[in-house]
Design a protein around this ligand. Structure first.
Ligand code: ADP
Length: 802
């Protein structure tokens, strides 16, 4: 028996011979032929519609069953993605067999491959032989079937398309017209498969076209978004959104090289897994992102295994930290480079294996390029904007300084100018401006003016300061500046500064509410004297720098000058007033003795006609006393000009203070009598020194004179002698006394604590006394209580003992 028979598909003569037709009536034959023709026509019609390869195969398989009564059959076709075949449709086989032959290698030893090789229909009658020849068929149920026919299928250009395998029941055979049907079905199947292949190719081409159109659209959209993106963050947002959606990436992120150039810092991300862990990445080849930047080339990793193989240490490091752990992961990292300058990297990851096709790679590369350009543009924009802002700020600063200087020079009333300056500073150059001035004693800082962007806060600041005076030794910035005379600049204000400066809870709350972000405080000073502190603070995004410090320092100096000028002016006015008052007092004082002098001299000249010696002596006495008083006043005036001009010359000689004082008291006895006052002199230990005797006499007589004048006629005690290593002169009265606030003042020129109406005098005596005592290297002090009298003490250095 023949093992197999080969039949050339276009010529089925031999096959017909092998299976001689059964005897059938002509009518039967004609009828069945007509039916068949009709059915084949229907199949042709059906196949004319566009169908997938599988649909074609199923249709053919059905016909093999229906038309040829095949026991089993299969249609296979070249798999679209590989060199082998795929099973498109089968019948008469157990599911596991279908499964086993779902994919058939190109070179598998099977009847269909034999047929494709010989390009003929192969017929196998002997099943046992068949199984021996093709051991791969052994486990199938071919054994239960009869003849097997393998029909190769070729495309119009002769390319292999696949094949049809038909098995008949045991004992079954194909009639002549069955062969015709089989041939026709094979032809239709080949046509159908070829058409579906073309359809697929066309579909694929269209899909590719659509994909590339979609990418072009995405690129356009990226460009459009980028054109509106001004900051680096906006650039990142525009890029991440578009690139991730267009390639179906799960996450996307952009990192930039840190200014120090040592690491990558995340700029933006989309759907990124864990918070802080990926914020910074090392700039080296250990991670995919770092590697892409370091080498300046994209890194494509299509699955996790590739990743682990290439970056084993990183895989190790992220273990247990990355929420991507254990997820099949594909990653693309594209360096961001502009003109050979590395900027950073954009990374996209997929929660699955991902094949990066060429078109996708070039799409992502051009996205990265756009991103680089966008970032560069943002950088240039930042530079330009900063420069513009700085120029604008400089202009604001200088125009503010010019305006403020104008205000400061416009008047001599700084109390009224300061609020105007503060009001101009807010909001032109700051959100808070405060001027604090030292009080006269230099112990506290008074809030001279404050302006705050928020009126309520401003009012509360004023109120708080009223409640809590700011002492000069306070740790707060304003006090430190006033104390040290050194300016302070805080570009940003640390919380510790606020907490450290807070005087109490309420103060702390207020300072927090003030929301100061940046602060500059400078001394207000002139001619080496500090008057206080000028503080400016910003509340939101304005951060003060050296240029602001310079501006505020200038303002501090100008304010200091204005305050100094005002104070000098006020002192000058006061001096002029004092001088005017003094001149009127002096005129009055000089006139007082002059009047009796004139009167007495007239009387004397009248008395000269009938001289009465006693009367003449009396009058001459009075005249002498008044002339002496006038002489004293004139001497005082001369002394003032002498001392002020530095022409107080001392004629030092060895003398005992006790002698000097005794002499003066003796000479003052007349005066004491007239004042009806008892002078009690007590002398102590010898007190010798090298002094200008006349000047020490002047000191004593001045003090004794004052005691008589202001002593209300009560006894005056005088002590002279050595005590505690110094020569001591004490003059004590029990008169009107001196108020504490006047006790320093009375030693100054023209200063008096009494009205000239009640007590005559130029207010010069004590000043002269102090100048003389000072010139001798001594000291004068006073102790007094109003109404209880006064005690003046003069201490002079004793002569060194020989
Ligand atoms: P004057 O010529 O006014 O006395 P002084 O320089 O001697 O000038 O004194 C200055 C001021 O000091 C006086 O005007 C007076 O107010 C006060 N004063 C001086 N000595 C006494 C005293 N012993 N008791 C009370 N007040 C005095």
């Amino acid at each position: 028996m023949k093992r197999k028979n080969a039949v050339s598909p276009p010529d089925l003569e031999h096959a017909a011979e092998l299976h001689p037709p059964r005897e059938r009536s002509v009518v039967e034959l004609a009828q069945s032929s007509a039916d068949r023709a009709e059915r084949l026509l229907a199949i042709m019609m059906a196949l004319a519609e566009p169908m997938s390869a599988r649909e074609v195969a199923e249709l053919i398989a059905r016909e093999l069953q229906d038309e040829l009564g095949a026991a089993a059959g299969a249609v296979i076709a070249i798999a679209p993605e590989g060199p082998g075949f795929q099973l498109l449709s089968a019948f008469g086989f157990a599911p596991e067999i279908r499964e086993r032959f779902s994919h058939i290698p190109q070179d598998a030893h099977l009847p269909i491959n034999t047929a494709l090789g010989s390009r003929r229909i192969e017929v196998f009658d002997d099943v046992a032989e068949l199984v021996r020849e093709y051991p791969l068929l052994a486990p199938t149920n071919v054994r239960n079937h009869g003849t097997l026919v393998a029909v190769p299928l070729f495309a119009g250009d002769g390319e292999r398309l696949g094949g049809i395998s038909v098995q008949l029941n045991v004992g079954g055979h194909l009639e002549q017209d069955d062969w015709a049907v089989l041939r026709s079905l094979a032809n239709h199947c080949a046509l159908g498969l070829e058409r579906s292949r073309l359809l697929d190719a066309e579909k694929q081409a269209r899909a590719m076209l659509e994909r590339s159109a979609e990418r072009t659209r995405r690129l356009q959209s990226v460009t459009a978004h980028l054109s509106r993106a001004l900051t680096a963050h906006e650039v990142a947002d525009a890029i991440l959104e578009e690139s991730a959606t267009s390639v179906g990436a799960h996450t996307a992120a952009v990192w930039l090289i840190a200014p120090a150039g040592d690491r990558l810092v995340m700029l933006g991300s989309r759907n990124y897994p864990v918070g802080d862990y990926y914020r910074t990445l090392p700039l080296d080849t250990r991670s995919a992102a770092g590697d892409a930047v370091t080498r300046g080339e994209p890194v494509w990793l299509e699955n996790r295994a590739e990743y682990a193989a290439r970056y084993p240490t990183w895989e190790e490091r992220t273990r247990g930290r990355s929420s991507h752990e254990g997820v099949p992961l594909a990653i693309a990292c594209l360096p961001l480079v502009i003109e050979d300058r590395r900027l950073g990297v954009v990374a996209l990851s997929f929660l699955d294996d991902h094949k990066f096709e060429m078109d996708e790679r070039s799409f992502l590369s051009s996205i990265a390029q756009h991103c680089s350009q966008g970032l560069e543009r943002a950088r240039l924009y930042d530079v330009e904007r900063d420069a513009r802002r700085e120029a604008e700020a400089a202009r604001e600063r200088s125009s503010f300084l010019a305006d403020a200087s104008l205000v400061l020079s416009s008047s001599l009333d700084y109390e009224q100018m300061l609020p105007r300056i503060a009001g101009m500073a807010v909001p032109a150059v700051s959100d808070l401006c405060a001027v604090e001035l030292l009080n006269e004693a230099g112990t506290e800082l008074d809030l001279a003016t404050v302006a705050h962007a928020d009126r309520q806060v401003q009012e509360r600041m004023v109120e708080l300061r009223r409640r809590l005076p700011l002492r000069i030794d306070d740790p707060g910035v304003a006090a430190v500046v006033a104390r040290t005379g050194e300016a302070s600049l805080f570009s940003s204000i640390p919380e510790t500064l606020i907490v450290g400066a807070a005087q109490d809870e309420q103060h702390l709350a207020l300072m927090r509410e003030m929301r100061m972000r940046s602060l500059v405080a400078v001394p207000i000073a002139a001619r080496g004297q500090i008057f206080g502190t000028l503080t400016m603070a910003s509340l939101e995004d304005r951060h003060y720098g050296p240029a602001d410090l310079e501006m505020v320092t200038q303002l501090g100096l100008r304010t200091g000058m204005a305050i100094d000028n005002t104070r000098l002016y006020r002192q000058a006015v006061q001096a002029v007033n004092i001088r005017d008052e003094f001149l009127s007092i002096a005129g009055h004082e000089l006139r007082t003795p002059l009047t009796p002098i004139l009167l007495e001299s007239q009387i004397l000249s009248r008395l000269a006609q009938q001289p009465d010696i006693d009367k003449v002596r009396q009058r001459a006495d009075k005249l002498w006393r008044n002339a002496e008083r006038m002489g004293k006043l004139i001497d005082e005036l001369l002394d003032v000009s002498r001392i002020s001009g530095g022409r107080l010359h001392l004629h030092l000689q060895d003398c005992d203070l006790r002698d000097v004082v005794e002499d003066v008291i003796a000479r003052a006895s007349d005066e004491a009598v007239r004042a009806e006052t008892e002078i009690r002199l007590q002398l102590g230990d010898p007190a010798r020194g090298l002094w200008d005797r006349t000047r020490i006499e002047q000191v004593t007589s001045n003090l004794v004179g004052n005691a008589l004048k202001y002593g209300k006629g009560k006894p005056v005690d005088v002590f002279a002698g050595a005590r505690d290593g110094r020569a001591l002169l004490l003059v004590r009265d029990r008169g009107i006394g001196i108020a504490p606030e006047d006790q320093q003042r009375i030693f100054q020129r023209f200063e008096r604590a009494v009205s000239s109406r009640h007590f005559g005098g130029l207010g010069l005596g004590l000043w002269i006394v102090r100048q003389i005592v000072d010139a001798h290297g001594g000291a004068i002090t006073v102790e007094s209580r109003p109404g209880k009298g006064a005690e003046f003490a003069v201490r002079l250095p004793l002569a060194a003992l020989r």
